[in-house]
Ligand binder design. Structure first.
Ligand code: NAD
Length: 280
């Protein structure tokens, strides 16, 4: 029976630590706001945006909501970002993705000042992370490192297999595990013999975006399994990329969906906001 890694509990601990830190910073006169920009009214994005605003309220950071209509042009969005870059009281700028198709996401990400890039998506943040320089870390991968560390999972020297190579999860995940001295293998949709490679993993991190794809044949006895996927199954219940029931008896520890990686992403976003306020 695997230990269930409780992302809800661990993210709450982190938010409580951040709440204390924000209060201490406020006492020193260090305050700041997170600007949250949403373009259009995608229901999933609205839920994420609401959760982010609630987390800000919980830890004591002001959030400024910019809810822009679907027809907003790329130029208008870039202009707003340029204004927010100039505002001293705005310490973090977050543009909720995905954006409507007529707006280039890369251009928008690159328009955010790296000093306010609390999502950690700007090429400068990614470059800094790659060479171990200070900067904002991508929230989901940074949250997974916290989940592992706070659950007592040793990373150094372990073989970590990451499934997925996206810019927001797979690639930064691999880099952060490397930084923690794991031996890292990155796999993707063109990888051959995926089950065989995954069976070599001491720590398997699954971010492939395929509902309940990974079954027992991918898991070494005693492996730690981190499931990044979020989907709704045919009964509209949340599920991950992993067949939880099948893997839980084989793994030594596993994250559930919901209540695993998901809550950590927001906790790490808050961590980046507090870091930004601290740096002034
Ligand atoms: P993505 O679609 O951008 O990337 C998926 C990756 O999986 C790709 O690199 C692809 O090569 C790889 N892949 C696809 N099929 C594969 C296969 N059969 N074998 C091996 N590799 C395969 O997705 P993403 O943005 O990285 O997100 C992955 C999942 O994580 C999604 O379900 C997403 O909703 C979820 N997600 C969760 C959080 C969170 O906070 N919990 C954050 C971001 C993403």
């Amino acid at each position: 029976m695997a230990e269930i890694i409780d992302g809800k509990k661990i993210s709450q601990q982190i938010k409580d630590e951040l709440k204390e830190k924000t209060a201490a910073l406020r006492a020193e006169g260090k305050i700041g706001a997170l600007a949250v920009i949403q373009v259009g009214a995608d229901p999933a994005s609205s839920v994420y945006v609401r959760n982010k605003k609630n987390a800000c309220a919980y830890i004591g950071i002001e959030s400024l909501a910019y809810e822009l209509p679907e027809e907003t042009t790329e130029e208008e969005l870039l202009k707003l970002i340029a204004e927010l870059n100039q505002k001293h009281e705005v310490k973090g700028i977050l543009v909720q993705l995905p954006l409507p198709k007529h707006i280039c996401e890369d251009k928008v990400i690159q328009a955010i000042s790296p000093t306010k890039d609390v999502d950690g998506f700007h090429p400068q943040s990614v470059g800094a992370m790659t060479i171990g320089e200070p900067g904002f870390l991508s929230c989901t991968p940074a949250g997974i490192i916290q989940l592992l560390k706070r659950s007592g999972v040793e990373i150094a020297g372990k073989h970590c297999v990451v499934i997925g190579r996206s810019n927001i999860v797979g690639k930064p995940m691999a880099l952060l595990m490397l930084r923690e001295n794991a031996t890292v293998t990155v796999t993707h949709s063109k990888t051959q013999n995926l089950p065989e490679i995954c069976r070599q993993a001491d720590i398997l991190i699954v971010a492939m975006g395929k509902p309940q794809f990974i079954g027992a044949e991918y898991i070494k006895e005693g492996a730690v399994v981190i499931d990044v996927g979020i989907h709704r199954d045919q009964n509209n219940k949340l599920c991950g990329d992993v067949k939880f029931e099948e893997i839980e008896p084989i793994a030594s520890a596993i994250t559930p969906v919901p209540g695993g990686v998901g809550p950590m992403t927001i906790a790490m976003l808050m961590n980046n906001c507090v870091q930004s306020i601290e740096e002034g």
